[in-house]
Design a protein around this ligand. Structure first.
Ligand code: TRP
Length: 326
C-alpha cells in the first residue's frame, strides 16, 4: 500500500528544547517509519515577527543538528528550507487569491500571537502566513500534518484553499488532516504553561547533565509545600509533569511520596534530573558528530533541497497545466 504523505514544519529558532521534542519531534521520529515524510524548515515564517535575518542560517543549522540528534533520518525524509525552493512563493501568490481578508482575521492563532506580541497594526505577510503554510503543505501534497493544537486553524485554511483550487481549476491537491501530538504542552521551569526559549524557562536537548541539574534545582514546585515533610500536590507541580513524561515507571511512587510528605522537592528533583539526563544522553552523543563537522549538516540540506525541489517542481507543472498558464 502506498504510504501517506506527511509534511511537517518548524521555524528555525536555533537549539531546540524538551518542549519541541515532546510536542513535535518525538512524533516526527515515530511517523517517519510508516509515512512518506517531508520536513520543512520554515525560514520565511520567521520574518512575520522578526525582520532581523542575521541569525536565521545559524539557527537553521543548530535546529537541524537537533533533528538529527533526536533521530530524524534524512535518508528517509528530506529536510529543506522554504527559502531555497522558489515554488513556495509562487504557490503562496496563487493561493493568496483564494482567501479573504475576513477569513484570515478570524484565525485564532494569529489573533493570539498579535495579542501576545502587542501588535495593533498587523503586517500583511503576518496576517497571511497561514496561506504560506498552506503552500508549504500542498506543494508536497501533504495528506497529514503532525502539529499541536495551535496549528489546527492553519490546517483548516489549508483544506479550504485546496478545495477552492480544485473546484476552480481541477483536482490537484489533497485536503490534509492534522495529526495531533498526544502529549499536551510541556510546562516551563518557571511554571509557565509553555516551555519557550524566549521565556528562558527551558531545558535544551543539548544541555549537559550539570546544566540540567542546576536548571531543575531552581524549578518552581507546589508553593504550599514549603518544608520537606509538607504534603504536596503533584497536580500543580511542573516537576511532576516531567516525571510523567520521563519517569513513567515511577510516577505512582513519586505521587504518593509527594502527597504524604515523605518525598521532599530536593530529592524529587534529583530523581527527575537523573531521568532527564538518561533520556538526553544518546541525543547529546549523536549531536557530537554533527557539531564537529557542520559540513555534514550543510550537505544534508543540499541533498534534501534537491529532493524537495523535484516534488515541488512537478506540482507547479500540474498547477500551470490546470490553470492553462502555458
Ligand atoms: N507555523 C508553524 C509553527 O509556527 C511552522 C510551519 C510552517 C509549519 N509551515 C508549516 C508546520 C507547514 C506544519 C506544516 O510552528
Amino acid at each position: 500500500m502506498k504510504k501517506l504523505r506527511i509534511l511537517s514544519g518548524m521555524r528555525p529558532t536555533g537549539k531546540l528544547h524538551l518542549g519541541h521534542y515532546v510536542g513535535a519531534l518525538e512524533n516526527w521520529v515515530k511517523l517517519q517509519e510508516n509515512y512518506d515524510s517531508f520536513h520543512l524548515i520554515a525560514d520565511y515564517h520567521v520574518l512575520t515577527t522578526n525582520l532581523d535575518t542575521n541569525h536565521i542560517y545559524d539557527n537553521t543549522i543548530e535546529m537541524v543538528i537537533d533533528w538529527l540528534a533526536a533521530g530524524l533520518d534524512p535518508a528517509k525524509s528530506p529536510f529543506f528550507r522554504q527559502s531555497q525552493i522558489k515554488e513556495h512563493t509562487e504557490l503562496f501568490l496563487i493561493f493568496s487569491m483564494l482567501v479573504t481578508k475576513a477569513r484570515l482575521e478570524r484565525n485564532p492563532t494569529v489573533k493570539e500571537q498579535a495579542r501576545d506580541l502587542h501588535i495593533s497594526n498587523i503586517i500583511y505577510g503576518h496576517l497571511g502566513y497561514p496561506i504560506l503554510q498552506s503552500a508549504d503543505i500542498l506543494l508536497y501534497k501533504g495528506e497529514a500534518v503532525p502539529v499541536g493544537e495551535d496549528q489546527v486553524p492553519h490546517i483548516e485554511i489549508t483544506r479550504e484553499v485546496a478545495k477552492k483550487f480544485n473546484q476552480q481549476w481541477g483536482k490537484v491537491f489533497p485536503e490534509p488532516q492534522p495529526l495531533l501530538t498526544q502529549f499536551a504542552r510541556l510546562p516551563g521551569l518557571d511554571g509557565n504553561a509553555k516551555m519557550s526559549k524566549s521565556l528562558n524557562n527551558s531545558i535544551l536537548l543539548s544541555d549537559e547533565p550539570e546544566t540540567v541539574k542546576q536548571k531543575l534545582r531552581k524549578a518552581v514546585t507546589d508553593p504550599q509545600k514549603i518544608r520537606k515533610n509538607d504534603p504536596g500536590r503533584p497536580e500543580v507541580c511542573l516537576v511532576f509533569t516531567y516525571h510523567k513524561k520521563f519517569n513513567p515507571e515511577n510516577v505512582d511512587e513519586i505521587e504518593s511520596g509527594c502527597r504524604s510528605g515523605q518525598l521532599g522537592c530536593v530529592d524529587c528533583k534529583l530523581k527527575c534530573t537523573e531521568k532527564i539526563n538518561l533520556f538526553l544522553e544518546p541525543i547529546i552523543e549523536r549531536r557530537k558528530k554533527y557539531e564537529a563537522d557542520k559540513e555534514i549538516v550543510k550537505d544534508i540540506l543540499i541533498d534534501g533541497e534537491k529532493r524537495g525541489k523535484e516534488v515541488a517542481r512537478l506540482t507547479m507543472q500540474e498547477v500551470h497545466e490546470k490553470m492553462k498558464l502555458g
